[in-house]
Design a protein around this ligand. Sequence first.
Ligand SMILES: Nc1ncnc2c1ncn2[C@@H]1O[C@H](COP(=O)(O)OP(=O)(O)OP(=O)(O)O)[C@@H](O)[C@H]1O
Length: 491
Amino acid sequence: MTTKGGVVTQEFSAAFSTVACEPAGVVWNKVCVVLKRELGDAAFGSWIAPAVLRESAAGDVVVVTPTGIARDWIRRSAWRRVSELWAATDPTARRLDLKSRLEFEAAGGASAGYEAKAEPIEIVLPVSSDVPALAPAPVNGAKASPVQGLQERFTFDTFVPGPANEFAHAVARRVASWADGHFNPVLFHGPYGFGKTHLLNALAWEAMRQAPTKRVVYLTAERFLSTFVRAVMDRQTAAFKEELRGADLLIIDDVHFIAGKQSSQEELFHTLTALVEDGRRVVFSSDRAPAAMTEMDARLRSHLSAGLVCGLEPADRALRLGILERKLQALSRQHGFEPTMRTEVLNFLADRFTDSVRELEGALNTLSARAGEGVSRLTLDEVQAILRPHLRAGEKRITIDDIQKATSEHYGMKQADLLSERRNRAIARPRQAAMWLAKQLTTRSLPDIGRRFGGRDHTTVLHAVRRIEALRAEDPALSQDLETITRKLRG
Ligand SMILES: Nc1ncnc2c1ncn2[C@@H]1O[C@H](COP(=O)(O)OP(=O)(O)OP(=O)(O)O)[C@@H](O)[C@H]1O
């Protein structure tokens, strides 16, 4: 698929004998315009654009996908919406079906009188749209964030600056203002849980607010990796490259995750150099400075450091107190209680939860969930009693990356399999086990865990957690596996 000046042209591979059926082709074009806007460029480009439309002499219309994986994705995530749009747009109310190419051929599709024209389908998009390019509407009734991958609560308004992050904060604001003459790329690095994702999200929101017609693409490195792997499998790498290289601002979170993954590193290197040469802006975050990414390809590492490398430090006490205050205000607005707590309680929280802001927030959320509007009256003893399970000192911090590595090693598979779309049991069960472990051993939320498993939805993680919970009780081998992996992770 190519995008030029608001005109999107789908170029279908000759292998699938492209069809643009009139008038079904015209109806499909209209449906695609809406789908592209709703699903976002990445999902549309990966799954919908490669499909072709076929219409039989009898007027049956089939969307034919190049692979079964693509058919399953569309059926699971977008079919209800596709059908709604089709029904609303097709004046003759023809029935629309969905098949993979193999299925279509096995059903004798090509010989069943289906038309096979060769003209590409043209989709004309409005040059500027009030819906951001990455904004998918809820699909299948799910409540989606207005921008794929971005979290609404992570804005500059909710980010608390302090000495530990004020330079990074100023740089992020400057990049978001599209000001000329800043360094490119910019890489923010800092320890786990001290606001890198928050800052990158805030930057993306602000950049879109300031220049709504520019294309801002935000994705985690895990998503970069899994989308790239899928594009290779589906022979859609050209669409993948196009998607990223069309960005005015590309933001990649947790880039260290790509270290050691050869072909993804290579792809990222070419994307980065192409964007920078073209004057587009690129922003990364990572958990360490490029020099410390020893597994990262040296050439990519050097390009990551070629612009501005900007560190975030762990929050000091004053910043932790400031963040607590801000979070308390947000919680009190949400649940309708007084935004106050005893000073000794605030001090205790700020002194005790120093490992990451995420843990500090988790402690506050626990107190609010347990005490409700009584949170402002809690004594220090009560707080300590409620938080006792969180206070086990000296426990080793376990990351989702650690869990994925240990799980894939235990089951003799690749870490990338856990992030992939593959659904056979030999892969799906360890993936569910790893998600369950992530919920038990880290403080990550369900959406956060889903994000780190190839950009899955939080409902998938919830399902996995419940499934493993149920299986664990009846399957001693699984229970044993979970214990072994946990022991290994705890060291
Ligand atoms: N300065 C800050 N102001 C407000 N909230 C903050 C700040 N720093 C961190 N947080 C909050 O702490 C939580 C963790 O932050 P975030 O996810 O951005 O960390 P991170 O550095 O990206 O961590 P990781 O490397 O594990 O992804 C988030 O809920 C975020 O809102």
